[in-house]
Ligand binder design. Structure first.
Ligand code: ZN
Length: 277
């Protein structure tokens, strides 16, 4: 290996590098759901030499959300919903962090030093943001703009996954439902999931809570527009196989459909407190 973790050079992106986002699913004028998967991929531009990391590091949870893309594909198909998947590793740029966030391009992640993220210049940070983050979020925003213009009130669903063990402690939840100020969907979705899978341990803002200034997709695309929304965290050991991911997508699709029907008609509701606005 030559330079460990080469700098990002937009001009060196080539035909072998994936696009910054993948859009899948149908394009209904009035979508009931719009899906996003911020950590779908562990790809790194070829010229950046895996950010100076061993492939095994990119393959573990610090590189991406294991299983989340497979769930998103299956969920999009079952719901007939447009879905947006980011094209690159969260270590290159985290599409669920606001630009400028200290964790958007982490120099250390879960104990692993990321060589290409040490001493990033402001110019490189802007270049990564423009090349990967903006196209992904611009596409989601355009989809929601069009849906709203058509009179639809889509539910924004963000799909993530989490590690079964963190800091030596096993996490009890199979699934977590995350939100900040707008909890419209939380209780009905919890009930719908438990009806489908009795005994399910559902995290309520576990294993994480959404915090507006440090998260991005749900605060901006859901909460910021007053659209109903939920961030779904699935435990990685349950969705690491295609069969597991498909089964969870089936459960989620049924639960989300039931909740949407039960709460109809859904409205645009701004629930951000004025002082936080
Ligand atoms: Zn994630």
């Amino acid at each position: 290996m030559s330079e460990p973790g080469a700098r990002f050079r937009p001009a060196r992106l080539g035909s072998a590098d994936p696009p910054p986002l993948t859009r899948i699913g149908p394009n209904p004028a009035r979508p009931h759901f719009v899906l996003c998967c911020d950590h779908a991929s562990n790809a790194v531009p070829a010229h950046m030499e895996r950010l100076g990391l061993a492939q095994a590091e990119l393959d573990r949870h610090i590189g991406w959300d294991i299983g989340a893309a497979t769930v998103t594909h299956a969920l999009s198909a079952r719901l007939g919903a447009p879905a947006y998947l980011s094209g690159y590793s969260r270590l290159l740029i985290d599409c669920n962090r606001p630009p400028g966030s200290p964790t958007a391009m982490p120099a250390v992640s879960d104990g692993t030093v990321v060589p290409a993220n040490r001493a990033i210049t402001p110019e490189e940070a802007v270049a990564r943001t423009d090349a990967f983050f903006r196209p992904y979020h611009d596409a989601i925003a355009a989809c929601l703009d069009a849906a709203l213009a058509a009179g639809a009130v889509p539910v924004v669903v963000a799909v993530h996954s989490f590690t079964p063990v963190f800091g030596g402690v096993s996490r009890p939840w199979q699934i977590g439902l995350l939100y900040e100020h707008d909890d419209r969907l939380v209780r009905p979705l919890k009930a719908a999931l438990r009806a489908l899978r009795p005994g399910l341990v559902v995290g309520d803002n576990e294993p994480y809570a959404i915090v507006g200034p440090s998260d991005y997709s749900i605060p901006v695309h859901g909460q910021g527009r007053g659209l109903p929304h939920i961030e779904i965290e699935l435990r990685q050991d349950l969705i690491g196989t295609r069969a597991g991911a498909e089964a969870w997508a089936a459960t989620l699709a049924t639960a989300l459909r039931r909740v949407r029907a039960a709460l109809a008609p859904l409205a645009i509701e701004m629930r951000v407190p004025p002082e936080a606005g």
